[in-house]
Design a protein around this ligand. Structure first.
Ligand SMILES: [Ca+2]
Length: 344
């Protein structure tokens, strides 16, 4: 949750960007920068009253910059077969038994909402609950940073201004729409609420699920699950398809022959670990055996996260939808497998 500041934007954080050394020095005072942002916000229709209320007394937050600098590290033990950190140990750590039982409890607490969102958005409730679990431990850890302060700090800092300045203006628009100033808390990187949306995502996709007039993704179960489900529908979730299935992959499958040579337009490094896409029927013809039901005409890509001797998965389009939420194979695999556990 805390380390995924580029979430929802489909932009992979670039290691080389982080490695370019100290952030570019701010060539402008914080207050003078906020004056410029206020000007641009007014041009986008934000009221002066909101600008005054939100920007009053705002100061840069040193801790936010510190966390932004630290974000690069934490690779973990590298698996020599793949050159990447072990997926299996990551999943053991993140899909703990308490996270799984928390998922069961959350699913039963939301009760009829589960069927409601499945009907309305076509997305399984366990997927939504698994996202909620991974983002904020089902609402237990939503972050206590002041959002305008975090976003203003990151925008002013300049390293990722193109990302954060529009988010800062969008948080002003949220206040203009009636979100209380006191509600604007979240992660250091500007994501908030049960599903850790950024302001732009909130404006575009949050839903008033309980119909009380507010889109309260902090406190309302209905608004939370409707909003996340709406995100998934918008990102192209295909109703009735699994996110992936476990698959037996015989040694006879020539891994070089199934390599994907098309670079993905967004986060190519993540997509680059998947094979090229074929129908399940074509995979079966090569000896790959799905271990769970999946239709023969579904397009799927093979992913062997820990190498050929370890479990393999046939990923569907729905896996890519999870990647849109946060473009990391570790994230998407653990959300998918957590959802499978919750549904069990
Ligand atoms: Ca509501």
């Amino acid at each position: 949750m805390i380390t995924k500041s580029l979430r929802h934007l489909g932009i992979a954080i670039s290691a080389c960007l982080l490695a370019t050394g100290p952030a570019q020095a701010q060539n402008q005072s914080f207050d003078s920068y906020l004056d410029d942002v206020a000007e641009r916000a007014r041009a986008e229709g934000v009221s002066q009253a909101t600008i005054d209320r939100v920007f009053a007394g705002l100061t840069p937050h040193a801790r936010v910059l510190e966390l932004d600098r630290e974000q690069a590290g934490s690779g973990g033990n590298v698996n020599p077969a793949t050159g990447f950190a072990w997926m299996s140990s990551y999943i053991r750590r993140h899909n703990s038994s308490s996270r799984i039982s928390g998922g069961h409890r959350t699913l039963s607490r939301i009760g009829p909402l589960a069927a409601e969102i499945e009907r309305e958005y076509g997305v399984p409730a366990e997927i939504i609950v698994a996202i909620w679990g991974h983002e904020t431990a089902y609402g237990a850890v939503m972050g206590g940073f002041d959002l305008p302060r975090s976003l203003a700090t990151l925008a002013w800092d300049g390293r990722r201004r193109a990302l954060f300045e529009p988010e800062l203006i969008d948080v002003l628009k949220m206040v203009d729409m009636g979100v209380p100033r006191s509600q604007l808390e979240g992660s250091w990187a500007g994501a908030f609420g049960n599903g850790q949306f950024l302001p732009s995502v909130y404006l575009r996709l949050a839903v008033d699920g309980d119909g009380d007039g507010d889109r309260d993704v902090w406190n309302s179960d209905a608004d939370t699950v409707h909003s996340i489900a709406n995100y998934f529908r918008d990102a192209g979730w295909r109703t009735g398809q699994p996110w992936a299935v476990r698959a037996y992959v015989p040694n006879s499958v020539d891994r070089t022959d199934i390599e994907n040579h098309t670079a993905a337009p967004v986060c190519p490094r993540v997509h680059g670990r998947h094979s090229r896409w074929m129908t399940v029927r074509e995979w079966r013809e090569r000896g790959v055996e799905p271990r769970a039901p999946i239709a023969d005409d579904v397009m799927a890509s093979l992913f062997e996260p820990d190498g050929p001797a370890e479990p393999g998965y046939l990923l569907t389009q729905n896996y890519r939808v999870i990647l849109e939420y946060n473009c990391s194979n570790y994230y998407a695999m653990s959300v998918g497998l957590l959802a499978d556990e919750i549904a069990r």
